[in-house]
Structure formats: structure tokens, C-alpha cells
Design a protein around this ligand. Structure first.
Ligand SMILES: NC(=O)C1=CN([C@@H]2O[C@H](COP(=O)(O)OP(=O)(O)OC[C@H]3O[C@@H](n4cnc5c(N)ncnc54)[C@H](OP(=O)(O)O)[C@@H]3O)[C@@H](O)[C@H]2O)C=CC1
Ligand SMILES: CC(=O)N[C@@H](CCC(=O)OP(=O)(O)O)C(=O)O
Length: 393
């Protein structure tokens, strides 16, 4: 846990939750000190920025979120950006919303020189990622947002991603980046495999309950919904406005590539194999994700026990917030932020519980968690550059 003191601030968004922890006085003072060290207000890399960062795939959705977060980061300067089809274009034309005084108007390049760069966020499609990362110089710290280095078992990678892994040695070195669960390992990593958005929303509530032996590892059912930005920015027919709006689309039914990632994380918590039912859905909103998770409780366990355990597990955490009894997590409450909100409800079927977990797929589900991880690797407070309140409505 970073050296953050967080005080509770009460919010009222039409629902009775009040436990979203907000920016404590201690943390603001700490950030002020760091800001004094940073000469460049506009995010340009300067000798006084503590680290020079590259963003690979800066013209995509997660790349743009990394840039937005870096604009507000006192210690990271943006040293370079890469793109594929959009190489040669300035960021102000690729993302007009990012053409502000707080970001340098860098031109995206195809081939970059990394000699003067300390770390990269790799926001590229899976498959392409491993080919690019294998050619990067060894001095670079890498946070990879793709799925390429998440699965420890290479035969599982081949089975679910349809091709053999082409960087097996690097895969062995990678540390899975579920920050709240693997913080100590992440601190010492050179290559972090940032988790997928659905796996983040599922593992954060379920891992502590499995570790505590409060839920059975059989019969876990996950019904998950994602905003359309989860599918990336490149044009696809099934993502046209007309295809997506005013409807709900299930996809990957019985076979989505996040199944092995979820099962890997839950099996690590359980110490034995876990099999889940997982069905994702695309819903007509631009960002946000909800996982509704149905679990069977261990003999004699009640939902109050699950709630108490989650509160305990996350009491020191800034970004995972367990709501008060009965409060329903809403995607609106996390939009644009790095928070994961969780709550637990009794099912009408005796012995079962319903867990609801919400995140912003582009922030805690991708770029925000990636920044949390790079902060840890570079020895900065974990929450640096992540101080965003929800965009509501
Ligand atoms: N969107 C989300 O919610 C989440 C995404 N992820 C993962 O993060 C990664 C990035 O996702 P996202 O930002 O949504 O994807 P996008 O499709 O929006 O962006 C992909 C980026 O990669 C670049 N790119 C594509 N092909 C190549 C190539 N052959 N060589 C170099 N650059 C290339 C694109 O450049 P150009 O624009 O010029 O073509 C673009 O900058 C993916 O692996 C994704 O699965 C993880 C968690 C959540
Ligand atoms: C809505 C949508 O299409 N979502 C993506 C998941 C986004 C993500 O987390 O992908 P990675 O595992 O590649 O990082 C999907 O279902 O494939």
C-alpha cells in the first residue's frame, strides 16, 4: 500500500452509499511537495521530470487514457508516442480533446528511439504486442495493457488466442498486475502484464473471499457487461452505432478469452483448479463495466460474513471501495476514475450470494491500473496522477 492517508468524504448521488474514500489532506500535501520538484507544468519531458515515459499505441482508446492521466502526473514526462496508421500525426489531430496546454503536441511515430526513455505503457493489440516488446531495450520498464503476458501457461495462451506464444522467456519474467493483490511482486517487476478489464472486475471481489474460504470454488457464475470502448477504436461492423445502440449484445458465449485469465487468478487464490461460467455483453454506453457474480457460500457462511471480509481486505485500499449494506454499485459512480466499487447481496436461493462490481474499463480496467503499477515500479506514491472524481452524469 502506498503511503497514502485517505479520509472519508460523503457523496450522495441519489443512492445511499457514502464510503467512497476521497483525497485526504495528507496525500495533497505529499503531492504538493512532488510538484515543486517538477519544473515543467505542461508534461513535457524535462531534466527535472523523474521519469521519461513512452506510450506505444497512443492513438487508441487506452493510449489516450494514459495520455490524459499523464497530463496530470507531476513526475512522468511524455517522451514519445507511437501509432500505426496514425503515425506522423500530431496528438492534437488524433485526439482533439487532448490538445491542451497540459500535454505536449507530440507527433506519433512508427519506429521509436528508446535510448532516452525510462518506461513505456504498451497499449497495442495482443499478438502485435509480443513482437514489439521482444525488441525493446532491456533498460525499459514496461507495463503492457494487452493480454499477451497474462497467462502463465503457454499452452493455454495458444488455445485461447489461437497462436503459439512468440516470447516465452519474456512471459516467464512478467508479473501479473492486479495491483491490490500482487503489489509487492509488481514493485520489483520489469514487465507487468496489466489485467484485462473483465478479469479485474471479477478478481477484486472474489479473490479475497476465496482466500478466506468463504465461497465455494464451484458454481461461480459471472454475468458481465461492458461499454463499447472495451473493443478498441478501430472500425468494426458490429460496433457501428446502429448495431450497438438501443440493444444488448451477448458475445463470446461459452468461450471468451478472459475465462482462462479469471480462472488463473481464482485458482491462485484457491490453491486448486477453478472453473467459472462467464458471459460478457456489450451495452450501449461508451465506457464502464459491471460484473454481477453469483456464488455459493461455504457451509454456515452468511452474506454478512462476505461483506465483513471484503471490508477488512480493502480497508487500507484507496481504489477498491466496499459499499455500505444495501447500496448498489453503479457504473456512473466510477466513470473516468480508478475506483472499483463492490457490494454483496443475499440471493433468494439459500446459501447463495450475489456480488456486484463496477469499474471504468478504460481506467481501473486498463490505463488507471497501469499507471498505479508504473507508480509502484518507479517508487512513487501509487495514487499519483490518479486523482479523479467520477464524471456524473
Ligand atoms: N479498451 C479497453 O477497455 C481495454 C483494452 N485493453 C487492451 O489494451 C490494448 C489496447 O487497447 P485499445 O486502446 O482499446 O485498442 P485500440 O484499437 O483503440 O488502439 C490500438 C493502438 O495500437 C496501434 N496499433 C495497432 N496495430 C499496430 C501495429 N501493428 N503496430 C504498431 N501499433 C499498432 C494503433 O495505432 P493506429 O491507431 O495508428 O492504427 C492504436 O494506437 C489491447 O491489447 C486491448 O485488448 C485492456 C483492457 C481494457
Ligand atoms: C467490449 C469488448 O470487446 N471488450 C474486450 C475486452 C477488453 C480487454 O480487456 O481486452 P484485453 O484482454 O485484450 O486486454 C473483449 O471482449 O475482447
Amino acid at each position: 500500500m502506498s503511503a497514502v492517508s485517505s479520509s472519508s468524504l460523503c457523496f450522495y448521488t441519489g443512492h445511499s452509499w457514502n464510503s467512497l474514500k476521497e483525497f485526504g489532506r495528507g496525500r495533497k500535501q505529499q503531492d504538493k511537495k512532488l510538484l515543486v520538484k517538477c519544473s515543467s507544468k505542461n508534461g513535457n519531458p524535462s531534466s527535472q521530470n523523474a521519469a521519461r515515459v513512452g506510450v506505444l499505441g497512443a492513438s487508441g482508446y487506452t493510449g489516450s487514457e494514459v495520455l490524459r492521466l499523464l497530463a496530470n502526473h507531476p513526475q512522468f514526462g511524455i517522451a514519445l508516442m507511437t501509432a500505426d496508421r496514425k503515425a506522423g500525426q500530431p496528438i492534437s489531430s488524433v485526439f482533439p480533446h487532448l490538445s491542451t496546454r497540459d500535454l505536449p503536441d507530440l507527433i506519433a511515430v512508427k519506429d521509436a528511439d528508446f535510448s532516452d526513455v525510462d518506461a513505456v505503457f504498451c497499449c497495442l493489440p495482443h499478438g502485435t504486442t509480443q513482437e514489439i516488446i521482444i525488441g525493446l531495450p532491456n533498460h525499459l520498464k514496461i507495463v503492457d495493457l494487452s493480454a499477451d503476458f497474462r497467462l502463465k501457461d503457454l499452452s493455454e495462451y495458444e488455445e485461447w488466442y489461437g497462436q503459439p506464444h512468440r516470447a516465452p522467456d519474456l512471459q516467464k519474467e512478467a508479473v501479473y498486475g492486479l495491483t491490490e493483490v500482487l503489489r509487492q511482486e509488481i514493485k520489483n517487476a520489469r514487465l507487468v502484464a496489466n489485467p484485462g478489464c473483465y478479469p479485474t472486475s471479477v478478481q477484486l471481489p472474489v479473490v479475497p473471499l476465496i482466500k478466506a474460504g468463504l465461497v465455494e470454488i464451484k458454481n461461480i457464475i459471472i454475468d458481465a457487461k461492458s461499454g463499447v470502448s472495451g473493443a478498441g477504436r478501430s472500425a468494426k461492423e458490429n460496433l457501428l452505432f446502429t448495431e450497438v445502440t438501443e440493444g444488448l449484445n451477448s458475445y463470446g458465449v461459452t468461450r471468451h478469452r478472459h475465462v482462462p485469465e479469471i480462472e488463473q487468478g481464482l485458482a491462485d487464490a484457491a490453491g486448486s483448479k477453478v472453473t467459472v461460467s462467464f458471459t460478457p455483453h456489450l451495452i450501449p454506453m461508451s465506457r464502464g463495466m459491471q460484473s454481477t457474480i453469483y456464488v455459493e457460500m461455504a457451509q454456515g457462511v452468511r452474506t454478512e460474513d462476505l461483506h465483513r471480509q471484503l471490508k477488512l481486505s480493502y480497508q487500507e485500499e484507496e481504489y477498491v471501495v466496499v459499499l455500505e449494506n444495501g447500496a448498489i454499485p453503479r457504473t456512473h459512480s466510477v466513470k473516468g476514475t480508478n475506483y472499483c466499487l463492490i457490494n454483496v447481496f443475499p440471493d433468494r436461493i439459500p446459501g447463495r450470494a450475489i456480488i456486484i462490481s463496477v469499474i471504468d474499463n478504460l481506467v481501473k480496467g486498463a490505463s488507471g491500473q497501469a499507471l498505479q503499477n508504473l507508480n509502484l515500479i518507479m517508487g512513487f506514491p501509487e495514487n499519483l496522477g490518479l486523482h479523479y472524481l467520477p464524471l456524473f452524469p
